[in-house]
Ligand binder design. Sequence first.
Ligand code: HEC
Ligand code: HEC
Length: 470
Amino acid sequence: MHRLLPLGVALLALAACEGKSTAMMENSSTGSAGPRKPPLSLGAQVGQLAFFDQNLSGGRNMSCASCHDPQYAYGPPNSVSVQLGSDITQTGVRAVPSLRYRESTPAYSDDAPNPDGVTSNSPGGGFMWDGRATTLATQAGMPLLNPLEMNNASKDAVVKAVRNGTYAGLFKQAFGADVFNNTDAAFEALGTAIQALETEDLSFHPYSSKYDLHVFNKVGGTLTPAEQRGEVVFHSTGVSNCSGCHYTGANFNGNSGLMTDFTYQALGAPRNDRSIPNNPDPIPANNDPKYFDMGLCGPYRTDHMPATPDTANPYCGMFKVPGLRNVATRGAFFHNGVLHSLDQVVNFYNTRDTNPEYWYPANGNSSSDGTGTPQANPSWALQPTHVPGATVSKYNDLPTSQQGSIDEEVPMGTGEGGDKTLASGTRPRQPGSAPVMTPQQIADLVCFLGTLSDGYQPSSAAPTTGRCVK
Ligand code: HEC
Ligand code: HEC
């Protein structure tokens, strides 16, 4: 994993990179073995210049690529939970997703069909962790105007920056000579341009991972024994159930292996705040104990807000199932970036309900109250020690009144949520019961997730060292 790097430092490195032509950056992000690219439309060419243009931020110091770095699968170039904004005294509220393989995401619906063709309809689709952006074009307007992100004062300020910039001519060629006469129309055209880039440019969907070679039986696609075992675990309904949500089959557009069914689930990720000892980067907004980021029920989307904070609402706590391609290049996981390694993520699924003290604060976490001998928690746990019998504040990033929406599907909880069935012989996962996955299965799963990274170069000799070989 990469070091924790404040974005300010990353921006310096990026500034050096932005001097070079975007074509060079693209090639280095996809690898020279990538497919030959069709030429971009005029709109997409504008989008490409805009995507890397720091003048499109209030402080002239940040572009889309500052947070969505092509070298990191269009995800963040560091492992901090939430990124600094253009106003560098401000920090965001959610982890930055990768922008790869987003083009076939359907629009959000409360009653979306599931791509597996079997599971009943449920909330699905849309952009952002809460689906509040309907298209990639409208999405692009949001970071531009968000004070915590690119921090432009108005649409007018953004349009002025484009009009005074080096690609104003190309912009007029693509969207009409009088496009700058109407601020709203020009702002919308900028979104259309960025959407065209994200849709057309193959560096946003290169399908160049080892997994792709494997699925299509191509040379170099032979998985190691560890990766093969991991793939089996990934698809084991009664054990990991990963592919139950991170769906690998064909989606509505025919593309397969995106590792998401576009649905929403409430996994109960731990609150990313100062209750985690030595937390390197708690989310500043969480300093307010009354603030909760509850995904589908707000505060950033507003159509499913609970009538009162205490009225139970099934949408609360639900976030979009993220695609897992390139997940091994990330350094912060879940919508709030609270976890920092894949080992941690898989262990979270495995022990959220058998050992909640690993993840959530407990009264009596230390021996200071004299109630017993603290036991060391594993190194991947968020909470370093616990006292047997301590009261754990489970699901602490949701108000108690909203915890009814927490997902109980395998590998978590009672194993009975949704329409997934429990493998015979497995017990409901309660505090103290055995977790469903073994350490070997977890290690194998993480190896399999590593095959989803783009830019894989099949080497002539099979690797002989490393944890994923045998
Ligand atoms: C300061 C960091 C930052 C900058 C700069 C930024 N983004 Fe993002 N981006 C984010 C975060 C954080 C999210 C998730 C926000 C949410 O869920 O509410 C996101 C989400 C997205 C998504 C949705 C992806 C998905 O999986 O649904 C797209 C598309 C996107 N950004 C494109 C852009 C574009 C285009 C720009 C430039 C105009 C941009 N971003 C600038 C941080 C940033
Ligand atoms: C019940 C549906 C469901 C199941 C089963 C499931 N996931 Fe997830 N997964 C999600 C959702 C929803 C999120 C986002 C949660 C959030 O951010 O609060 C997520 C997030 C993740 C992430 C973080 C990705 C990122 O970009 O931050 C990883 C990695 C992951 N899952 C891997 C797995 C693995 C491996 C398994 C099997 C052990 C699995 N998931 C099982 C729904 C599921």
